[in-house]
Design a protein around this ligand. Structure first.
Ligand code: URP
Ligand code: ZN
Length: 420
């Protein structure tokens, strides 16, 4: 299979150039001006369009038993929605509950995804309990190519770990060289660790310093708490965790994103339909929390960031593709346009004008939390490892093309840390 993408403007995290891209089999084999290619190669004319590396959503929930129900998407629906919106790889949170066996859970998640995803995917392994058996299983899971953990400090007794379990998880992650993503922080633990350090005779203020990276998610950049305060089910649609905040926080987040204090923008994609949200009609604590976004992240961030918000186009590519690839061990196979990289490409039509609507979405849900938001641009063609999967808003590809991307431990993530 040979494919030539001709005449587009390639945009990466740190460069832009008018070049052709030649793809053989699944990877980019040449990049250059007026490339001479075999006559049998399929040609896509990208004149007047931008060519981005396939976008990576580093935080999604697809199979998710949660709050007495299940998130609505399947791997088939979510992956097609992702691709139509320009996301070519997602990293799903594998979240067995605290009472379940970690390895059994991991295998369940893998089986659900295998042969059912139209785009590539990887997993963050949620550590929801930590004992000797879990530790041995986590070692096996990392050997299998799942090189990142997730811990929840919220959701005590379900996904949440105790402080001690968190401590041992982080210790194991450091030993194995895998990165840990975390939901929130914990003041109680700060107090406990202070006592530990004092007990070790460490009385000075100097600190070892740790590598810390920051993710924000689409709803927190575009929605504020007034959405969750709407009456009835309209408010419930916007219940997520951590909750939407006051509007004055949004410009602060956008500024932090622009200067790179926020490394990545994911979605925390987690659709629940209206009937599910109404499980919490009599008690807000029972509202399944989550907002979908896998389909709309790229278009909304391009429109409200790059077009209207002054976000640099390179930071946009960086936060939505390159940085997640670097932090989670997918780079340079994913996250950039370079010779040898997977040919995951988004040919982006900046002249498209549209409106987000549940009536046209592919995500499996009966509303859209961003209903009515205008978009200025959308993917015209999306390829996954050289195969055209989307054309102008329609899925046209192979439903089972997606593969699990096995990742190696990194020991340290590439790029500068905020502790440096
Ligand atoms: O509200 C959210 N974020 N739902 C998904 C589960 C989680 O907390 O990540
Ligand atoms: Zn989440």
């Amino acid at each position: 299979m040979a494919l030539l993408i001709k005449g587009g403007e390639i945009i990466t995290a740190d460069s832009r150039s008018h070049c052709d891209i030649f793809i053989e089999d699944e990877t980019i084999s040449r990049i250059g001006v007026n490339l001479d290619v075999p006559p049998e190669a399929e040609v896509i004319d990208a004149t007047g369009k931008l060519v981005f590396p396939g976008f990576i959503d580093p935080h999604v929930h697809i199979h998710l038993p949660f709050m007495a129900t299940f998130a609505k998407d399947t791997h088939a629906t979510a992956s097609k929605a992702a691709l139509i919106g320009g996301t070519t790889t997602f990293i799903e949170m594998c979240c067995p509950s605290r009472n379940e066996d970690a390895l059994e859970g991991y295998n369940t998640w893998k089986q659900k995804a295998e042969g059912n995803s139209a785009c590539d995917y990887a997993f963050h392994m949620a550590v929801t309990r930590y004992d000797e058996k879990t530790e041995a299983q986590l070692r096996e899971i990392v050997r299998d190519g799942t090189a990142s953990f997730k811990i929840f400090l919220a959701y005590k007794n379900f996904f949440g770990v105790t402080d001690e379990e968190m401590f041992y998880t982080l210790k194991l992650a450091a030993e194995l060289g895998v990165i840990t993503t975390a939901h929130c922080e914990n003041a109680e633990l700060v107090g406990q660790l202070q006592q530990l350090l004092l007990g070790e005779g460490k009385t000075g203020p100097e600190l070892r310093g740790v590598k810390l990276y920051v993710e924000s998610v689409l709803p927190h950049l575009l929605l504020d708490k007034s959405y969750a305060e709407r009456p009835g089910v309209d408010g419930m649609k916007h219940v997520m965790s951590p909750p939407l905040r006051a509007k004055h926080n949004l410009p602060v987040l956008w500024d932090a994103l622009q200067v790179g204090l926020i490394d990545t923008v994911g979605t925390d994609h987690c659709p629940f339909d209206k009937e599910q949200k109404l499980l919490g009609a009599n008690a807000f604590t029972q509202i399944p929390n989550g907002i979908a976004g896998i389909e709309d992240r790229v278009n909304l961030m391009y429109t409200y960031g790059v077009k209207r918000g002054g976000l640099s186009i390179h930071r946009f590519v960086d936060a939505l593709s390159t940085r997640p690839a670097q932090l989670f061990g997918l780079f340079p196979r994913k996250g950039t346009i370079a010779v040898g990289s997977d040919a995951d490409l988004v040919i982006y039509d900046i002249t498209y004008r549209g409106t987000i609507s549940a009536t046209t979405q592919h995500t499996n849900n009966d509303y859209n939390g961003f209903e009515g938001f205008a978009i200025e641009g959308r993917p015209s063609v999306v390829t996954v490892r050289g195969k055209v999967q989307v054309r102008d808003g329609f899925f046209v590809g192979e439903p089972a093309r997606g593969r699990m991307i096995r990742r190696k431990p990194q020991y340290y993530a590439q790029g500068a840390s905020h502790a440096d």
